[in-house]
Design a protein around this ligand. Structure first.
Ligand code: NAP
Length: 247
């Protein structure tokens, strides 16, 4: 089976590093028109943009804080004026800022909810405008298994991801009439800057895995590519768990 996403316009939030950067690379290799969004990691984002531009000239780099409505609106207008359409929005940007609840500041709580949940709301609100006009679009929200299971020291992160799952189901109901599919993906543990410092979580994830092989990043990227393609046309409002852990 051929998975074809060539010429699709795909906006990836938080693509300067980690999962987002790998998504950008892969979609670009498949000849999509990729929009790399970043906020703080200027150097990494430029490196990625230069790397992709070597083999795909249809790539955009946009600095935008997804918690800032005017940044998101500017990003939207830049993309639409260049490409005229948006096929896929991947709400990937996310952070964690862990603490036990008695030590968690209101700022820690708000920052994580703002980026992981409000940012997704703002981007979806903006980019669904053109998808509604097109009567086509796919919105993929990167949630987390932890949004279903909970985790000590992560009430902010897990609440944001649980919120994102519910957001996905509601938005899918709202936008289905315009042929816009909205789904959530819940990865397990993938080593990135988000968790690199946390050896304990890595060991726990390995211990709970039912399979010896760990290709979770590669599998996640392939899965997202597949559901982004026209091969999949009637799945929406769903939550996909991509992991092999024993409960
Ligand atoms: P990462 O390597 O730390 O990357 C996070 C990305 O989010 C960065 O590119 C960062 O960009 C961007 N970002 C943060 N705040 C932003 C903002 N205000 N505006 C725009 N971009 C912003 O993390 P990752 O592991 O790739 O995580 C990607 C997504 O997967 C997250 O939603 C995360 O919750 C989810 N996830 C990850 C795992 C895992 O094990 N890694 C598991 C489940 C779910 P700048 O640095 O440029 O600001």
């Amino acid at each position: 089976m051929i998975v074809d996403v060539s010429n699709k316009v795909v906006v990836i939030t938080g693509a300067s590093k980690g999962i987002g950067s790998e998504l950008a690379r892969t979609f670009a290799k498949e000849n999509s028109k990729v929009v790399i969004n970043y906020n703080h990691s200027e150097e990494k984002a430029h490196q990625l943009f230069n790397e992709i531009s070597e083999f795909n000239e249809n790539c955009m780099l946009i600095k935008a804080d997804i918690t800032n409505p005017s940044d998101v609106s500017n990003m939207y207008h830049e993309v639409v004026s260049k490409y005229g359409s948006v096929d896929i929005l991947i709400n990937n940007a996310g952070v964690c800022d862990d603490n036990l609840i008695q030590m968690m500041s209101l700022e820690q709580w708000k920052r994580v909810i703002d980026i992981n949940l409000t940012g997704c709301f703002l981007c979806s609100r903006e980019f669904s405008k053109i998808m509604i006009k097109q009567k086509f679009g796919k919105i993929i929200n990167i949630a987390s298994l932890k949004g279903q299971e909970g985790c000590v020291g992560q009430v902010n992160y897990t609440a944001s991801k649980a919120g994102l799952i519910s957001f996905t189901k509601s938005l899918a109901k709202e936008l289905g009439r315009y042929n816009i599919a909205v789904n959530a993906i819940c990865p397990g543990f993938i080593v990135t800057d988000l968790n690199r410092h946390n050896e304990k979580k890595k060991v726990v994830a390995q211990e709970r895995s039912l399979l010896a092989i760990d290709n979770s990043l590669g599998d996640l990227i392939k899965y997202i590519l597949f559901i982004s393609s026209d091969n999949i046309s009637s799945i929406s409002g769903q939550v996909f768990n991509l992991d092999s852990r024993a409960k």
